[in-house]
Design a protein. Structure first.
Lengths: 253, 253, 253, 253
C-alpha cells in the first residue's frame, strides 16, 4: 500500500450532506464530539481510511483480535441533515501525509454528496476556568452571519491551525465545497470535555438537530472536579500554570 | 528501484498454503523459528524481496562475494501443508516502508495460493525465568477455539504490535486472507531461543507437522546457562532487572 | 494531493516574459522586493501553487477566514516587459520538495511564455553598515557584460546558494531558459530592506522600468535606525557581532 | 523533478564497456581515482545525472556562473576497453535515494552497452602507515581468480559497504551485469591519495591499460609527509590513534 486508501462499506450517495470531522488534536475536543455523535445518533460505519502515513502498528484487543490503526467514516441522520462523521485513532504527522489524506477525503466527500465540511478542534489559550469561547473560521465570508447569531466568535482566534482541522476546509474549497472550522477554547494540556460540549451545542444549533448531552455532562463534571483539585494544588504551591505551547501538542493521543 | 519488488525464482502455485513470517524483531524469536524451519524442513528458496526501505548497504562475505540486504521466501512441505516461509535480514523501519512492503507481500501471497498468514514474534514482558506463555491474536474470531485447545493464550497480551508481525495479518484481511499472530513471551533484551522453541511447538501443533528440535534445544540450553549466570550476578550485586521498554527495541539486529 | 500543483486563475500567454522570484530567504530580501513590486506595479494574481512540501497548517485571518500556506504568481507590465512575480509564505525545506516544486515552476514558465528567470536573494556576509554590494550569478556567460555595466559584481560571492534562488535558474537552463540570480549583500540575521532596495534598483536598471521607492526608503530608514541602536549597544557591551552562519538560516520567516 | 534523471549529451553505444564508479566516500579514494582517470585519459563527458536526493543547493563559481550539484558520466578509451567513468559531487544519503539512483544508473549502463561494473571505494581499517592492501568483492565467484593474480585480496574485508560502491554491483547483477568492488585500505579520517594510487594500479592491471601516475605520486607524497608529522605528534603526546568509525563517515566532502 503506497497510497492512502478509503475502503467503502456502503456505496450510498447523499444530497448536500455535511462532513463532521473530529480527529485527535488539541484537548481531544474534536474526537470527543465525534465519538459522542456516533453513539447518541446511532451512526453506522460507511468506510475505513488506511494510510502509510499512520503508525505501522496494530492494537491487540481484549478479545484477542487485531485492530488496525485507521480513520473511520460514519453516517447518521440528524434532524433534516445527513451527517458523515469522520473520526479515528490518529492524524498523519507529516505534511505529505496530511496533504495526501486531505486530498482523498475531499474526493470521497464529493463522490458521496457532501457539500459542506465542518472540522472540530481545540484552540489552546492556556487558560483554566469556565466561560470558554467557541471560535469559527470559514472559507467563505457568507457563512459568517448565521454562525455569529449562535454566539460563535470570529476574528479573535490567532495564529495557525495545524493538521486536518485547518487543511480539510482549504482542500474542500479547492474542490468547490464550503468549509467551517469550529474551535473550542481550551487550556490545551488536558482532555477538555466541557469545551467539547460547548462545541457540540454550537454544532447542533447550526445544523438544527437534537442530541442527548447527559453522558457528556457527566464526563465534563468529572473532569471539572479533577481540574479544581489541580488548580487548588497549584495555588497552594504558588506555582503558576505554564503557558501551553501549541507547538508541542502531539497529534496522537 | 523506486518501489519494493519481489523477484521470483519459482513460479509454482500452491493450494491453501500458509505463509509463516519470521522477521527480525523482539527477542529475535520469529527469525529463530523461521531459520530453524528452513533448515530442518529443507526448504527451497522461491523468491527474493528487495526494498528501497531497507538499508543502502551490502554485506561482504567470507568468500569475497557481495550479499544484498533483503527478505527471502522459502517453500517446504510440512505434513499435509505447503508452508511459504518469509525471513530476512531486516524489516522496514518507517511506516511508508512497512505499508508498501506489506502490500506487495500480500499480493504475492494471493498470487501463489496462500490462504492464511501466520506471523511470529516476541511479546516482551520484561520477565526472566521459565514458564513463558505463547499468546495469539487473530483477524477472525472463528480461529480462536482451535488455537486455545493448544494452550495458546488470548486476551492477555496488551498494547500494540509494531511492524510486520501485526501489519501483515491486517493487510491479509483486507485482501480476504486469514491472519494469526503468534507471540512468544520473552524478556525482550536478549535472543530468546527457549521462547522460540515454545512458539515452534505451538505452530507445529496447529499445523500438525513434525520438526526436529534438537538443534533448538541445544541453543536454548546454552542461552539458559548464560542467563542463569547473569541472574546470579544480578542477585549478588543487588541490582534489580530493569523493566524492558518495548519502545526501544531495534528492528534490525 | 500527492504532488505540488499550480492552480491557474488566468490562462493568458506572454511573449519573452521575465519570472522574478522573491521567496522567503536570507534577510528576507527577495520577498521584500517581490512584495514591493506587486504593490507598486499593481500586479494581478494569475496562479497559486500548493505543495505537500509546505507546512500542513493554515492561517487564521483577522476577518475570521482561513488562508492556505502557498506560493503565488502575479503579472505586471513593467516598461516594455511582462513580469511574472513569484512570491509566497514559504519555500520547501527538503531536497525532494525543492526539486519537485522547481520542476513544476519551470514547466509553468515555459507554458506561459517566460524566457528568463531572475531569482532574488540575500548573500550573508555577516557585516553591518552601508556600501553593500549586489552580486549576480548566471547560467550563461553572455548575460554577464550587461549586468556588469550596472555595477553588479561577478565572481566574488562564494560557496553555495541553498533553495529556490539557486535551484530555479539551474532547472530553467535544463529547460532552455536563461537564468540570473541577484543577491543583495546582507548581515543575514535581520530583515534588510536597504539591501532589498539596492537589489530592486539593480533589477529595474536591468529591465529598464521605473518603480516608486518611497515606501522602501521609509522602511529602510526605520530598519537602519534600529540597527544603529543595536550596534551602539554591542559596542558598549563589548560583545563582538557573531559571524552569521548561512547553515542556520531558516527558510520560513 | 520528482525522479532522478540522466541527461545524455552523447547517445553513442559501446560494446562490453566497463563502468568505473568513483563517487565521494571513505578516504575520497574512489573519487580521486575517477578524477585522475578523467584527466589522464582525456575522457569526454557523455551524460549528467540530476537527483532530488542530492542537496537543494547550487555552487557559485569564480567566473560568476552557477554550477548544479550532480553526478557525471565520462567516456575514455583505455587500451582495448571502453571505460565509462562515473563521478560527482555527492552520493545520495538515504536508502530510497541510493536505490532509485542505482536503478537508473544500471538501466543507463544496459542501454549504452556496459557489461561490467567496477566500483571503487575505501575500506577504513583505522591504521596509518604503508603496505596497505587492496580488497575486492565480486558478484560472481568466477571473477575472483584473475583479480587474485594481481595481488588483490579476497575474504579479508569484513562488515558491510554503505552506498554506491556496494549497491551498484548488486543492482547490476539483478540486471544481468557483472560486478566488482575494489576497496583501498585506508585510515578513513583523511583523503588517502596513496591508497587511491594502489587502487588505480590494480584497476589498470586488471583492464590492461596504461595511465600516467606522476600527478598522483606527487599528491601522495605531499599527503604522506603531512601524515608523518601527525604520527610523530601523536607519538610524542602519547595519544593513541582513535579507531575510525565507519558510521560517521560523511558522504559529501
Amino acid at each position: 500500500m503506497k497510497d492512502s486508501k478509503i475502503f467503502e462499506i456502503s456505496s450510498k450517495k447523499y444530497k448536500d450532506a455535511y462532513l463532521i470531522v473530529g480527529l485527535p488534536g488539541i484537548g481531544l475536543i474534536g474526537k470527543t464530539v465525534a465519538d459522542h455523535l456516533i453513539k447518541e445518533l446511532n451512526a453506522k460505519k460507511i468506510a475505513d481510511l488506511y494510510s502509510p502515513h499512520f503508525p505501522h502498528q496494530v492494537f491487540m484487543t481484549g478479545s484477542g483480535t487485531l485492530r488496525a490503526i485507521k480513520n473511520e467514516f460514519y453516517h447518521a441522520k440528524a434532524g433534516k441533515n445527513d451527517l458523515i462523521i469522520l473520526t479515528g485513532d490518529v492524524q498523519a504527522i507529516t505534511s505529505p501525509g496530511q496533504y495526501e489524506i486531505s486530498g482523498i477525503i475531499v474526493e470521497y466527500c464529493k463522490k458521496i454528496g457532501v457539500k459542506t465540511l465542518i472540522t472540530l478542534g481545540g484552540y489552546s489559550s492556556g487558560k483554566l476556568g469556565d466561560n470558554k469561547r467557541v471560535f469559527a473560521l470559514v472559507t467563505d465570508k457568507e457563512l459568517i452571519p448565521k454562525l455569529k447569531k449562535l454566539g460563535i466568535i470570529f476574528g479573535k482566534a490567532k495564529g495557525s491551525i495545524v493538521g486536518a482541522a485547518g487543511m480539510l476546509p482549504i482542500f474542500g474549497k479547492l474542490a468547490g465545497l464550503k468549509g467551517i472550522c469550529l474551535l473550542g477554547e481550551t487550556h490545551g494540556a488536558y482532555v477538555d470535555v466541557a469545551s467539547a460540549k460547548d462545541l457540540l451545542i454550537a454544532l447542533s444549533g447550526y445544523l438544527k438537530f437534537k442530541v442527548d448531552l447527559k453522558q457528556m455532562d457527566k464526563k465534563a463534571k468529572e473532569g471539572e472536579q479533577m481540574l479544581k483539585k489541580i488548580e487548588e494544588e497549584l495555588k497552594r504551591t504558588m506555582i503558576q500554570t505554564p503557558e501551553f505551547s501549541k507547538q508541542d501538542v502531539s497529534y496522537i493521543r
